[in-house]
Design a binder for this molecule. Sequence first.
Ligand SMILES: Cc1ncc(COP(=O)(O)O)c(C=O)c1O
Length: 390
Amino acid sequence: MSKHEEIKQMFHRYVMPTYAPKLALVRGQGTRVWDPDGKTYLDFIAGIAVLNVGHSHPRVVDAIREQAGRLIHVSNLYYTENQARLARKLSDVGLGGKCFFGNSGAEANEGLIKLARLWGHAENRYEIVCMKNSFHGRTLATAAATGQSKVQKGFDPMPEGFRHADFNDIGSVRALVNEKTVAVLLEAVQGEGGILPADPVFMRDIRALCDEKNLLMLCDEVQCGMGRTGRWFGYQAYDAVPDAFSVAKALGSGYPIGALVAGEKLSDVFQPGNHASTFGGTPLACAAALATMETIEEEGLIERARTVGATFAKRLRGLADGRDHVVDVRGRGFMLGIVLNRPAQDICARLAENGLLTLATAENVVRMLPPLNVTDEELDQAFAILDRWL
Ligand SMILES: Cc1ncc(COP(=O)(O)O)c(C=O)c1O
């Protein structure tokens, strides 16, 4: 039996089938990954927007190795320098306030939800207006916040306190605001929903509505953050600053870490005993995240995502010529979607067979999230595969 087959069989026997993988991978470097038979692929999924600095970036690997040999974990009962330094860095590029650390996107969003509820508690305000088509995670509260019924199906009763408005329709958001509303939660670019950017006017109107009704504006930056859209955070392309946002995925380059980043207004709402996480912000996780953020800065990856991502998107638009099944190319930076008039699954499988890993999303969108340091040559290779097989 081949190594590939052996891994697959053991997986099917012992791992719950929540995902349906087709391919085993054993190694990654930059934008390339290898399967057990030695075949290589261009990884334009990047761990679903996790590997913004590429697979096994030497700087991140060194930081993890060095920190692992010194201090991995002590709990949050003690001060650790890395956590303070990472919080300062996120605050500097974010909202100027304070951070709370967890381990995943869902946990970061759960933190946002709890923070908003605690902030509104004295006035008995707890409802959060979320968007249809959004994705916020798989815990019960974040699944309830998610605006896709397929995520909730079979798990009812869902926690109460979440309502869903139409994305990019301020009238629909306003109609759901009542005396119990405490916040509005949205993604600047919906990822799982099909790479759908928020309208600039909509984002501005959300901020104005939150100011008018004394609501918190909360952004989920889990997928569109960390430089992916050509800004540190997706909301920064807009004339609207949220009160707090969540970040995870690319923050630790694959080492699990998530954070909730708040502006000054919300910096001291959580007090001892209100919220906690054993593994939140360990010295090791924070070392990985600090190395990631320094790499993004020093290699100019935000600028690269913005400029090279826009050029690549323009090239992709050319693919629509002569292909009736390609109806649109949308997104920001290196968060791109090719919209088809048919299911994307088969086409993604064909692209993978021919060496390019992409991800079908929202049924008919071929999603591409390459590392932000993908080379020009790798972009040419990916384009050639798309040109031949799309
Ligand atoms: C926008 C967004 N929020 C939250 C999550 C959940 O993150 P995690 O899987 O790390 O819990 C995801 C995951 O895809 C996401 O795309």
